[in-house]
Design a binder for this molecule. Sequence first.
Ligand code: KMH
Ligand code: ZN
Length: 277
Amino acid sequence: MTTMTLITVAPTGAESTKAAVPALPVTLDELVTTAKECEALGASVIHVHIRDDDARPTLDPGRLRDTVAALRDSTDLIVQLSTGGAVTDPEADRIRVLGAAPDMASCTMGTVNFGDDVFLNRWDFIVALHASMQELGIVPEYEIFDLGHLTALQRLLDKHGLPAGGHVHVDLVMGVPGGMPGTTEALVACRQAMRDLPEGTTFSATGIGRATIPVMLASLSAGGHLRVGMEDTITYAKGQPVESNMQLVARAVGFAQLAQRPPATTAEARRLLGVPA
Ligand code: KMH
Ligand code: ZN
């Protein structure tokens, strides 16, 4: 039985605008300050999307390298860059993210309707991401937006082998309009499907918007880990905007402690995920 909880913070995302959500960290300074404070509260992984000078999502290679360096200088967090980017980002820009040499990177396991948009993840592109990460020693987090994405992951691992580090970790992104719902039933279905993945596979889960709390509770009770942050949640409670990412991490830490699975340290998280210290 899992005795600790890995807490990932996803502070920014690519969807919300700074104008609509002023508390969103968009500059490098805001991101680093957020990272330090979230680490002090109990986060061990940071899932990173960055913005340009106008606070628009960007995959600029230089900025990504500077971001990885700044986060490493100021924190011991595991730095996980998003290769998902924004729905409009071309594949070439998304795979180039790996050149910034993060500890981890996301790898989405299939296409999904994403609100009014489509988040396109072709099989060949998934294989290319997986293979590049194997070559570069970057540990993937497989993003699962729907049940079939777990079947795709099983196929990927069967055909192309284990990821760098040898450990398989997935993140269930639940409640995206167009993807699987943020319900206990859906989480349990994913949990069952994970039995076909390599032994020791771990998972975290995040619920978008109103699914945030139900998914957090379901994940903890099913032995899963937690991802929280303003990428996924901008309303703390009905009529109450999220004040900061720290507010969401603090709430997750409280739930994890109630479940008697305190937050993993960054060293424990590295050992669990197969990320070199
Ligand atoms: N922004 C979404 C289109 C990831 O970071 O890998 C994709 C996403 C997944 O957030
Ligand atoms: Zn993301």
